[in-house]
Ligand binder design. Structure first.
Ligand SMILES: Cc1cc2nc3c(=O)[nH]c(=O)nc-3n(C[C@H](O)[C@H](O)[C@H](O)COP(=O)(O)OP(=O)(O)OC[C@H]3O[C@@H](n4cnc5c(N)ncnc54)[C@H](O)[C@@H]3O)c2cc1C
Length: 499
């Protein structure tokens, strides 16, 4: 999925082909048709399509590098009717895509925005393909890390998110060369210019040339989510930001800008928890030390999962990883422990991919999230969970496993009882890569106030509208990158036509 330790903003900047601030062409005296705030997954296609439609576009990016989260994102995307499906003879439809998305997120995504995504996702992927985007051999697939689709429509570029960025950049470079797009990098938009009527007429931005106002007919917020801003994240979700895994520029600037103009924030209640992050410490936001996907389609579980009370809480081999995630979400602090014994360690694939059994067995010597003990009571003490309840739950699990009685949670994969010392516990944290809260928008991507009235000339696309909008209270395959690019294309085209 990702190797956060090796990926830094620095390497992102080094990988950039377009990185220079072009102040000569970004002229505060000029009136732009479209100002795009944020040159990432959603902002770049928006700027491109607006320019192709004839608009004078100003693209403002706060970091030295264009690309945003694409530098880190796996970039998995989904769509029906793609060239990649045709290649493999797969028939599919936007209706089936829509049904799958709403099934996976249990109808918690915005149906209108989901519909808009799936109806245009195939075109998005074909457009990327036309610009050199190529997928991993064997893709599209039905799924990878989340609940699967019923059809093969999910793909990842050979260079993950970078495959998408690489497809964007030549067209962007050409549009800049033709002076259709003016680009400012290392420049942060810090305010919206709003008339008394509420109409947005430009932005205030601070960069290498100081603080300047830029006027524009349409202002598009495409500045990403807020999952790298612990305070804002917690304010908007009511859940702490447990781990630092979002791209560092995801500070929620666009949410604050949108709110300052009267925009409503929605979707914080849709927060969904990914499973299995082993934090470096019990402090928030933590760094990821290791990750156990806990995905029964990837690896059948041998261990049991318990909460801080030492209680099991979910069917560990539930065919839907979403249901396991929901189970974790209901536990105190979204914390969960995997418990196993010496025989499970010896016979199963390590629960942490790419780790050897030896490392798994010995990590407790150097890392406080790993515990090992000769009795279950001592293990519970070391791990900081309720000992008597852990003993009771394991006795019950073992008794049912040995006698063939149905498991209390309906689990069917029960290869071994937990009874051979030493015993092991791995402490894990529920976590997220993205923010679910975002600016309320309609299907024209206009930012809405709390009365659902559109704020004139202000638009939002990408994660600034919240993962909850298109992914719902779940991790629905590709339902962030796919809508980000798709909405960028749609909005850019619409604004280009109006210029
Ligand atoms: C590790 C990881 C893996 C993921 N994998 C997937 C996946 O496989 N599939 C999927 O659908 N989703 C995935 N996601 C989520 C998805 O990648 C993001 O939701 C999406 O890329 C966000 O796009 P965006 O355009 O909204 O933001 P970004 O791509 O982050 O772009 C926002 C840009 O705005 C700039 N900016 C911010 N503030 C300002 C400001 N004030 N002024 C000017 N510029 C500003 C930023 O610097 C940035 O360049 C993943 C996320 C992560 C972190």
């Amino acid at each position: 999925m990702l190797d956060l330790n090796r990926r830094t903003l620095l390497t992102a900047a080094a990988a950039l082909s377009i990185a220079r601030t072009d102040t000569s062409r970004a002229d505060p005296a000029q009136h732009y048709d479209v100002i795009v705030v944020g040159g990432g997954t959603a902002g770049i296609p928006c700027a491109l399509f607006a320019a192709q439609g004839g608009a004078r576009v100003l693209l403002i990016e706060k970091s030295p590098a264009l690309g945003g989260t694409l530098f880190w994102s796996t970039g998995q995307i989904a769509g029906a009717g793609t060239v990649f499906q045709q290649r493999l003879g797969i028939t599919d439809s936007p209706d089936a895509h829509f049904d799958d998305c709403m099934r996976i997120n249990e109808n918690t995504a915005d149906p209108a925005l989901t519909r808009l995504t799936v109806d245009h996702a195939g075109e998005t992927i074909n457009w990327l393909a036309k610009h050199g985007f190529e997928v991993i051999t064997g893709h599209p697939v039905t799924g990878i890390g989340h609940d699967h689709f019923t059809a093969r429509r999910y793909q990842q570029g050979v260079k993950s998110g970078m495959s998408i960025l690489n497809a964007f950049l030549p067209s962007l470079e050409a549009a800049i060369a033709r002076q259709q797009i003016s680009l400012l990098t290392e420049t942060a938009v810090q305010g919206l210019i709003q008339e008394n009527s509420g109409k947005v007429v430009g932005v205030t931005a601070t960069g290498l040339s100081g603080t300047q106002d830029f006027r524009g007919t349409h202002v598009v917020l495409a500045s990403g989510g807020c999952a790298a801003n612990p305070r804002l994240f917690e304010d908007l979700h009511g859940v702490p930001l447990y781990a630092k895994t979002a791209y560092p520029t995801s500070q929620g600037d666009g949410l604050i800008l949108g709110m300052s103009a009267g925009g409503a924030i929605v979707g914080g209640e849709k927060y969904a928890s990914l499973p299995g992050l082993v934090p470096d410490a019990w402090q928030y936001p933590a760094q990821m030390h290791a990750w156990a996907p806990l995905h029964p389609m990837v690896r059948k579980p041998w261990e049991i999962l318990v909460n801080a009370h030492g209680e099991r809480f979910v069917r560990e081999d539930h065919p839907s990883v979403h249901q396991i995630e929901r189970g974790i979400y209901r536990q105190p602090g979204h914390r969960h422990w995997a418990i196993f014994d010496a025989e499970m360690l010896a016979k199963s694939e390590p629960i942490i991919p790419d780790w050897s059994r030896d490392r798994l067995a010995n990590e407790y010597q150097t890392h406080s999230m790993f515990s090992r003990a000769m009795t279950l009571e001592e293990l519970a003490f070391r791990a900081g969970i309720n000992a008597s309840s852990l003993r009771r739950n394991i006795d019950d699990y073992n008794r049912r496993q040995k006698t063939g009685l149905a498991d209390g949670f309906g689990r069917t994969h029960r290869p071994l009882a937990i009874e051979k010392a030493p015993f092991y516990a791995i402490a894990m944290q529920g976590w997220t890569l993205v923010s679910f809260a975002g600016l309320s928008v309609n299907i024209n991507f206009q930012v809405l106030d709390p009365q659902r009235e559109a704020i004139s000339n202000l638009y939002a696309i990408g994660e600034v509208i919240g993962a909850g909008a298109t992914s719902g209270a779940a991790y629905t395959n590709g339902m962030l990158v796919t809508p980000a690019i798709t909405f960028g294309r749609l909005l850019g085209s619409a604004l280009g036509k109006r210029s």
